[in-house]
Design a protein around this ligand. Structure first.
Ligand SMILES: C[S@@+](CC[C@H](N)C(=O)[O-])C[C@H]1O[C@@H](n2cnc3c(N)ncnc32)[C@H](O)[C@@H]1O
Length: 408
């Protein structure tokens, strides 16, 4: 045994099984094989597909910078109402002729933009939105997320250094101020409190705005996949400045609502609802999952984009807090967040969120199975994934605990 794990060794008298993957790896690493495959019409598709996928991995950063440039220069905004001439765009963006030409060609090649008039490089040539550009132009949520990625690119500029020193100071750690909470050290000393509870208003403002701006992408999916009409009162834990609750409230006028978040964030939610008729149906509670009692009275608790920010032991504490909020009467829980192993979007959970959360210094994207196991460990009776229309935008889990169950 080494580090508690059994050492697996092949019995000497049995031949090693044929590992076809080693054979495949050697084949794919061979330039001769590629020349041969590219020459055969039946296998050419494979060579082309592999080359394309590899090229996209190499070029991904450049594509991101093109998208960021289009957003920063307001190109999608300028083109929202219709195509414009190159001369117009030059005036609107302030770019020189050559730079604008490079950006427009790049944007067209990525389906962000589209030529709308005949060939030729004259200043009268018109450009409009491409299929992807039109989606960005119609979504302030996507625009906000793209702009936020400047910080992500900065933090990932030396990825190996970040992998070697994951504890280093990063822009994302400073941005998500609660991620710097000293909880784990304090907990080891027998104190359960963290520092996040005392965060000042200016430390939570930027991330709260970003979360509110991007919330429609998630709320839309949740509302389309889960029936809120069966419930009396929803408590949104880690509810930010109330964007999720607001969307649920608009679709379900008889539901009463509670929000719980760090005190400085709950203040923002309170201020937001004070100016809205919905505010009469909402109460906002400030506190920390780890330090405070949960508001009572809800029959449905939601955790939207909350658990993946936290390591397992803290995620479990948050789920226990959700269980506590439901009290002896029991009730339901929904978890909405990006999930690892999402079919067709595997890279989103493990590659994108893996590295994003590495830079943020905490948490991980979990698979639906891992989340269900955590939910059960927190005292719920059952938990199951619910299909969403666009799983890339959010996964969803529904859990339930019956009345009178002892809280663990
Ligand atoms: C990623 S944001 C998600 C916000 C919102 N649910 C949404 O989807 O837009 C995570 C939220 O958890 C809150 N949070 C982090 N640590 C917390 C703690 N210890 N107690 C209460 N809320 C906390 C943050 O303030 C933030 O609003």
């Amino acid at each position: 045994m080494a580090d508690g794990l059994p050492v697996l060794s092949q019995p000497a008298d049995r031949p090693e099984p044929v590992d076809w993957r080693r054979w495949r790896d050697r084949l794919l690493a061979s330039p001769r094989f590629h020349r041969w495959a590219a020459a055969l019409p039946g296998l050419r598709w494979m060579t082309r597909r592999q080359s394309r996928r590899l090229f996209d991995l190499v070029a991904g950063f450049t594509y991101s910078q093109i998208l960021l440039s289009c957003v920063r220069l307001g190109l999608f905004e300028h083109l929202r109402e219709g195509a414009r001439s190159i001369a117009d765009l030059q005036a609107l963006t302030g770019l020189g002729e050559r730079s604008l030409d490079i950006l427009l060609r790049a944007g067209v090649s990525l389906d962000l933009l589209e030529w709308r008039s005949a060939q030729g490089a004259g200043p009268e040539r018109r450009v409009g939105l491409g299929m992807l550009g039109a989606v960005v132009a119609g979504s302030p949520a996507i625009v906000a997320l793209i702009e936020h990625h400047q910080a992500v690119y900065d933090d990932l500029k030396d990825p190996v250094d970040l992998l070697r020193h994951p504890e280093q100071s990063t822009r994302l750690r400073r941005y998500w101020a609660y991620a710097e909470d000293g909880y784990s050290v304090a907990e080891a000393e027998g104190y359960r409190g963290g520092q996040a509870r005392g965060l000042a208003a200016d430390r939570v403002a930027d991330y709260s705005e970003l979360m509110a701006a991007s919330q429609p992408l998630v709320a839309e999916q949740v509302l389309a996949s889960f029936d809120f009409s069966r419930y009396r009162c929803l408590l949104d834990l880690g509810g930010g400045q109330g964007a999720f609750i607001e969307q649920v409230a608009r679709q379900h006028p008889s539901l009463s609502l509670m929000l719980f978040d760090l005190p400085a964030v709950a203040d923002r939610a309170r201020a937001r609802f004070a100016a809205d008729a919905i505010g009469q149906r909402v109460t906002c509670h400030g506190g920390s999952f780890f330090d405070d009692e949960m508001p009572q009275g809800a029959d449905l608790v939601s955790l939207v984009r909350v658990l993946y920010d936290h390591p397992d032991e803290r995620a479990l504490s948050i789920l226990k807090a959700a269980r506590q909020a439901l009290g002896p009467r029991g009730g339901d829980l929904i978890l909405a967040e990006p999930m690892s192993g999402t079919p067709g979007a595997e890279a989103m959970g493990d590659a994108y969120f893996g590295f994003y959360l590495l830079a943020m210094g905490k948490g991980r994207a979990r698979s639906a199975e891992e989340l269900c196991a955590l939910v059960l460990a927190a005292g719920f009776d059952r938990a199951e994934p619910v299909k969403t229309r666009v799983p890339l935008q959010t996964g969803l889990i529904h859990a339930r605990v019956a009345a009178t169950r002892e809280i663990g």
